[in-house]
Design a protein around this ligand. Structure first.
Ligand code: 2M8
Length: 428
């Protein structure tokens, strides 16, 4: 009996490691073969966090590979294109043309960014095996790059509020979140043919953003590309302050403080910056919804919708309204709706879609972040239940990209790397 109980986690671990092994290219892990065949920024950070328990050197390499593609202005690109992979993802490297830009230092990358989880991931990777980390001088090597990345955000993306704005929905990582609907509706429809959609060969169209959304994504991407990714545009067409992006930035500043202490460098600057980001997040707290919401940096308007992004600040030590957010996570809009995992969007919203990407389904990385927040606030049983459910739904269904939050049925692509990484962390 005892052996049978122990065999299940071992088998789950084995399956997760096996998948991550298949998605490993020798230098980095692809989010999923087929749908996402290159290196993605925040995916790699989650992969490193899961992998650190089993292969700390590979976890370090994952982050080092990504950071090697950092631009001279400090940005860490959303996608690092693998030149050996056939042209099956859109937009492709040629679309962005980064290799013609001096700042990209010859690398084929997207011009956009993704949530700044890397300093936090690097710190977690270090703590999993400090000896091997010190021997490889891992933190010494990544620290200057991580600092430059945060400098980029502060210098180029803070429009005066103390928060970093995303200039494209892809930068939030929650591409078609309802938080972006109104801002996207202001953009022109893209004229001409609809953009290429190779993603639809790998996932059901009903579970991916629509052609209309893709038209606007491409319009925005072209706009940014035609300015060579210059953030100096006084009137950008899209600039949104996302609660999860900024909460994760604060968490990463806290991790940079810990990293600086480990390296014998001054840490106060990072502690102060983390506190400043948390303070700047305060106006985004919505007392009625009990969650943080997004703000349109162009109009100053709050987008009063409850999404999983608005729960993420509760995962950051020192977040001011963490208690209220935890209550909201347990309430009818999220887990109190009877959901097995944390839905990406308000369960009481009339436009919730249980199968559509970031408009309802549960994702493993965000559920894991919320589970961490629940544990931090004493809800150990609920956090443990979420962990068990994540392992069961991931391993039993070939590591889906996302699932129906209520019945657990799989959606999106399968063999998805961060789903496996989260499983490894839950089982560690
Ligand atoms: C999804 O986003 C990409 C664009 O970056 C796409 O839809 O093609 C998002 O879920 C994002 O958070 C994730 O990093 C990426 C790769 O897994 O896929």
């Amino acid at each position: 009996m005892r052996a049978a109980r122990e065999a299940a986690p071992a088998a789950a671990r084995h399956a997760a490691l096996e998948l991550l092994g298949r998605n490993w290219t020798g230098t980095h892990t692809v989010p999923a073969a087929g749908l996402y065949p290159h290196q993605w920024s925040w995916d790699s950070a989650f992969v490193a966090v899961g992998l650190r328990h089993h292969d700390p050197v590979r976890a370090q390499t994952e982050l080092e590979t990504l950071l090697a593609a950092q631009w001279s202005d400090g940005r860490v690109p959303q996608i690092v294109y693998d030149p050996t992979v056939a042209d099956e993802y859109s937009p492709n490297a040629a679309f962005w043309g980064s290799t013609r830009l001096a700042a990209a230092r010859g690398r084929a990358t997207s011009l956009l960014v993704q949530p700044p989880v890397h300093a936090w991931a690097a710190w977690l990777v270090h703590t999993a095996d400090p000896e091997v980390s010190r021997r490889r001088r891992f933190l010494e090597r990544v620290h200057p790059r991580l600092r430059a990345w945060h400098e980029y955000l502060r210098r180029e993306r803070d429009r005066g509020s103390g928060l970093a704005a995303v200039v494209h929905p892809w930068e939030s990582g929650t591409d078609n979140s309802p938080l972006w609907d109104d801002a996207l509706a202001r953009l022109p429809e893209r004229p001409g043919a609809s953009p290429p959609r190779p993603d639809l060969a790998h996932a059901d169209a009903a579970e991916r953003p629509s052609d209309r959304e893709y038209g606007r994504y491409f319009w925005l991407a072209e706009h940014y590309r035609d300015r060579a990714g210059d953030d100096g545009d006084p009137e950008p067409p899209f600039a949104m302050e996302d609660p999860a992006f900024n909460a994760l930035w604060a968490l990463s500043e806290q991790a940079l403080a810990a990293t600086a202490r480990e390296l014998g460098l001054p840490a106060e600057e990072h502690e102060r910056r983390a506190a400043e980001i948390l303070a700047a997040l305060e106006p985004l707290f919505d007392p009625v919804l009990g969650v943080y919401v997004a703000r349109d940096a162009l109009t100053g308007e709050l987008v009063r919708r409850a999404t999983v992004s608005g729960l993420v600040p509760a995962a950051v030590p020192g977040a001011h309204h963490a208690g209220a957010v935890v209550a909201a996570a347990l309430g009818p809009r999220f887990l109190g709706s009877g959901a097995a995992l944390v839905p990406s969007y308000d369960a009481t919203a009339p436009d919730l879609d249980r199968a559509l990407y970031w408009r309802g389904p549960a994702w493993f990385n965000t559920t894991w972040l919320v589970a961490g927040a629940l544990r931090r606030h004493g809800h150990h049983d609920t956090a443990a239940r979420l962990g068990e459910t994540m392992v069961r739904l991931a391993v039993g269904q070939d590591f889906p990209e996302y699932v129906d939050a209520w019945d657990g049925s799989p959606h999106g692509t399968r063999g998805f790397s961060w789903t496996a990484a989260v499983v490894l962390d839950v089982l560690a």
